[in-house]
Design a protein around this ligand. Structure first.
Ligand code: FAD
Ligand code: NAD
Length: 475
């Protein structure tokens, strides 16, 4: 017997669960199917982000940062704490409990909004039917007016670096280590490599990150990237650029990694190796023959700017479609689709998607980098403000980094804002809002910012774009 819904969402990660909740808020009858199972076999909503990504990584980043600050910074404040010790089991228990609470929160939100959560594997059949296979192999069929595909992504694996889940691992396992590896290798100096490398470096590992490309953080503004690399090196994070990994071999409990650079082949021996070379869209077993949903050469589900697939009333959102693989991008797409299905207005502004790297200092940006603006040929101006000149940052013992505002010379429109420094991920929200409203640098300049706050750095950087900074020397 089949059950009928207005909307069936496949995937309850940050793309799928907001789509389901908003559709239910729009008075539609909604089911959300998800197959995520944790290592103990239990089903959990929240996808990669809540179970194995954003949330557990931020829990460990916070704990490990506090550990380092207690060890290295408290004395500067005149606080003596004796010998600081690490209880990794307690730290991991906290991480797991945050994840459990947050994923349980989605189940509660589903209930409160009237979304029918269905654990199991969902497969789209022609005619907008979804078959769901449960843990016991039992099948049920859902009939849907609309289907939203939100099946997410999985880590890319390197064939010459054989994943064994013990010594050669992906980011999920690296979030759940039960001992600090003395020597940790990471392949890829992208977002995951830098965040996880930071966690284990802080907890005592000797961390080496091998990055194939010569340029550090090519997607970031290069002034910010340069400052980030300087800070990470100072902290003891070894980043080898132009080091393309060719192969890795496990012998005993260790792994030998062979990588190539300008000066030929080198080998590195480590106790654990994390492969963090990107993620790929996940569509395995998702689409039956004849659904009409198109998949591009890189495996992404093809969609238009409103996340419509080629099949009528089938939509796709999040990591499984083009665009940056970020939780908030998926969330906005999910909400947009749910509103469009209900006949309401919906759009995503792909030009104002914030990026945040949760290292210390944090790195955050929105809009174009200076390199992109320059390449575009539009005359521009730049204002920067160093956190060393911020009273609040100094009080926080966090004077490293800067804020940078790039705007057009002709009409003063803000084109990009880049921050490396304390709470950069929070500070960037002001810049995202400014860009949503097509604000000018002058708008930021004339907006009062509380003193002493970190947000003054963005204010002063905007002033500096017109050589009108008060708290730093205009150059
Ligand atoms: P996912 O979160 O991958 O969810 C997809 C869900 O669909 C999964 O539960 C999956 O089991 C389920 N599914 C797939 N196929 C089926 C099927 N056929 N039937 C039923 N269920 C199915 N992003 C940020 O913005 N900020 C961060 O700080 C951040 N940190 C990260 C840290 C790490 C270590 C990692 C790995 C990623 C991080 N990300 C971060 C990226 C973020 O996790 C993803 O962008 C986000 O989870 C994508 O959401 P999604 O809903 O598209 O997919
Ligand atoms: P990434 O694309 O950010 O970085 C992968 C890096 O690996 C690249 O710099 C690439 O040049 C390098 N690389 C590839 N092959 C290599 C090889 N053979 N040898 C050496 N280096 C190699 O990917 P990621 O760090 O795995 O992250 C995956 C996704 O998850 C990203 O899209 C990211 O947006 C998302 N994520 C976001 C956050 C956040 O928002 N804070 C945190 C974690 C992950």
């Amino acid at each position: 017997m089949s059950e009928r819904f207005d909307v069936v969402v496949i995937g309850a990660g940050p793309g799928g669960y907001p789509a389901a909740i908003r559709a239910a808020q729009n008075k539609l009858k909604v089911a959300c199917v998800d197959e995520w199972r944790n290592l103990d076999g239990s089903y959990a909503y929240g996808g990669t982000c809540l179970n194995a990504g954003c949330i557990p990584s931020k829990a460990l980043l916070e704990s490990s940062e506090l550990y380092v600050r207690a060890k290295e910074e408290f004395a500067v404040h005149g606080i003596g704490v004796g010998t600081v010790t690490l209880d990794l089991a307690a730290m991991q228990k906290r991480r797991a409990s945050i994840v459990k609470t947050m994923t349980g929160g989605i189940a509660a939100l589903f209930k409160a909004n009237g979304v029918v959560g269905i654990p199991g594997h969902g497969r789209l059949e022609p005619g907008n039917k979804v078959t769901v296979t449960g843990a016991d192999g039992g099948r049920r069929t859902l009939e849907a007016e609309h289907v939203v595909l939100a099946s997410g992504s999985v880590p890319v694996r390197l064939p010459a670096v054989p994943h064994d889940g013990k010594v050669i691992v992906d980011s999920w396992t690296a979030l759940e280590f039960d001992a600090v590896p003395p020597r940790l290798g990471v392949i890829g100096a992208g977002v995951i490599g830098l965040e996880l490398g930071s966690v284990w470096r802080r907890l005592g590992s000797q961390v080496t990150i091998l990055e194939a490309v010569e340029q550090f953080l090519p997607m970031a503004d290069q002034a910010v990237a340069k400052e980030a690399l300087r800070q990470f090196k100072k902290q003891g994070l070894e980043v080898k650029l132009g080091a393309k990994v060719a192969r890795a071999t496990v012998t005993g409990g260790a792994v030998g990694v062979t990588y190539g650079g300008a000066a030929g082949e080198h080998t590195l021996e480590v106790d654990k190796l994390v492969v963090a070379v990107g993620r790929r869209p996940f569509t395995s077993g998702l689409l039956a023959e004849g659904t009409g949903v198109g998949i591009d050469a890189r495996g992404f589900i093809e969609v238009d700017e409103h996340c419509r697939t080629a099949a009528p009333k089938v939509w796709a959102v999040g990591d499984v479609v083009r665009g940056p693989m970020l939780a908030h991008k998926g969330k906005e797409e999910g909400v947009m689709v749910a509103d469009l299905i209900a006949g309401l207005y919906g759009e995503v502004n792909y030009r104002a998607i914030p990026s945040v790297i949760y290292t210390a200092p944090e790195i955050a940006w929105v809009g174009q980098t200076e390199e992109q603006v320059k390449a575009g040929g539009r005359p521009y101006k730049v204002g920067t403000f160093p956190f060393a000149a911020s009273g609040r940052a100094r009080a926080m013992e966090a004077g490293a980094g800067m804020a940078k505002v790039i705007s057009a010379r002709d009409d003063d429109e803000i084109l990009g804002v880049h921050v490396i420094g304390p709470m950069a991920g929070e500070l960037i929200a002001e810049a995202v809002l400014a860009m949503e409203y097509s604000a000018s640098t002058e708008d930021l300049q004339r907006t009062m910012h509380a003193h002493p706050t970190l947000s003054e750095a963005i204010h002063e950087a905007a002033l500096a774009a017109d050589k009108r900074a008060i708290d730093s020397i205009n150059r």
